[in-house]
Design a protein around this ligand. Structure first.
Ligand SMILES: [Zn+2]
Length: 78
């Protein structure tokens, strides 16, 4: 199954792609983000993915790579 419109560079930073249209750094950041959502959802009972991303970006301890991926996902949703 070949996807026709695979971008050739990371959709966040433009570096060479490692996996899923993201470079190694942002692919790892996205995995961390997804794992974090599972934890937050359990902790908060109900939390939408969008709310989670907004909260994550607002946190000072969120790494720049994770925040960049979160912002990009939110942009795509709008
Ligand atoms: Zn990247």
């Amino acid at each position: 199954m070949a996807s026709k419109e695979q971008p050739s560079s990371c959709s966040v930073c433009g570096e060479m792609i490692e996996k899923n249209s993201l470079c190694r750094l942002h692919h790892l950041a996205k995995e961390r983000l997804t794992q974090g959502y599972e934890l937050w959802r359990v902790a908060y009972g109900s939390l939408s993915y969008t709310d989670y991303l907004h909260s994550l970006i607002a946190l000072p301890e969120t790494g720049e790579a994770v925040a960049a991926v979160a912002r990009q996902i939110l942009q795509k949703k709008e």
